[in-house]
Design a protein around this ligand. Structure first.
Ligand SMILES: Nc1ncnc2c1ncn2[C@@H]1O[C@H](COP(=O)(O)OP(=O)(O)O)[C@@H](O)[C@H]1O
Ligand SMILES: [Mg+2]
Length: 236
């Protein structure tokens, strides 16, 4: 399983008919089991890139190759749950083939077991995010896309969610693409970090992290973060 991305250009047309470029020469590959993290300023084109990679937008110049049979799990920036369906139904509808045991385990890891019969309107943002994550993981994805899963959560909640995602990712060999603003999340979760420029987004720098994710010490994480801060690449 492998993703090959070679996007030469992506542009949007505004209502006045003016075209503005959003992506420019974004090329990289991703292998099974690898976690790539995209870090870039707000509005640079990250979500646009993820939508193209998910196959939701075909209007661009270049190529994206991924195996046709790859199962996709996607978490959008907003949880996008069906409001008239329970948590349980939201997940089951997306993954009709998931077995009971796998679902129970997933709800367990994400600490959602007590919320399965709740409706999205009854959930906090943090809970709704976790349901969106459960929905993405329930399909047992080969290709996982997470668009800012920690945004607007307080630090403690974000850290907890990061641990849960790390656990779920470690138990699979999916190709994973994660967008985050936090260097800390990037360094803890990623195998390769892609720093993007302001719009039109291009790759400014790729930073591989050699130590396996689970083996990174706090000291090493701090050192990598300090090195990256010196490069002054991190987004807003
Ligand atoms: N459907 C669209 N039509 C026109 N412009 C869009 C559309 N989607 C996004 N854009 C524009 O493309 C740029 C990148 O947006 P986005 O990919 O959402 O950025 P990011 O996720 O990095 O914050 C922004 O300037 C945004 O206004
Ligand atoms: Mg976005």
């Amino acid at each position: 399983m492998r993703l090959d991305v070679d996007i030469r250009k992506k542009a949007f047309e505004s209502a006045s008919g003016k075209r503005h470029e959003v992506l420019s020469d974004v090329s990289f590959s991703l292998a099974a089991g690898e976690v790539a993290v995209l870090v870039g300023p707000s509005g640079c084109g990250k979500s646009t890139l993820l939508r193209i990679l998910a196959g939701l937008d075909h209007d661009f110049e270049g190529t994206v190759e991924r195996p046709l049979q790859a199962r996709l799990g996607m978490v959008f920036q907003e949880p996008r749950l069906l409001p008239w369906r329970t948590v349980d139904d939201n997940v089951r509808l997306a993954a009709p083939l998931a077995d009971e045991e796998a679902l129970a385990k997933l709800f367990d890891v994400l600490e959602l077991a007590a919320h399965r019969s709740h409706f999205p309107g009854e959930l906090s943002l943090g809970l709704a995010r976790r349901v969106a994550l459960a929905r993405a993981f329930a399909v047992d994805p080969d290709f996982l896309i997470l668009d800012e899963p920690f945004a607007s959560l307080d630090k403690a909640l974000a850290a907890r969610l990061r641990e849960q995602i790390a656990t779920l990712v470690a138990n699979r060999s999916a190709m994973t693409l994660l967008v985050t603003h936090e260097l800390d999340d990037a360094v803890r979760l990623g195998d390769r970090l892609f720093f993007l420029s302001a719009r039109p987004a291009r790759i400014l720098r790729v930073v591989p992290i050699a130590t396996p994710r689970a083996a990174r010490s706090e000291a090493e994480i701090a050192t990598i973060k300090a090195d990256l801060a010196l490069l002054n690449l991190a987004a807003d």
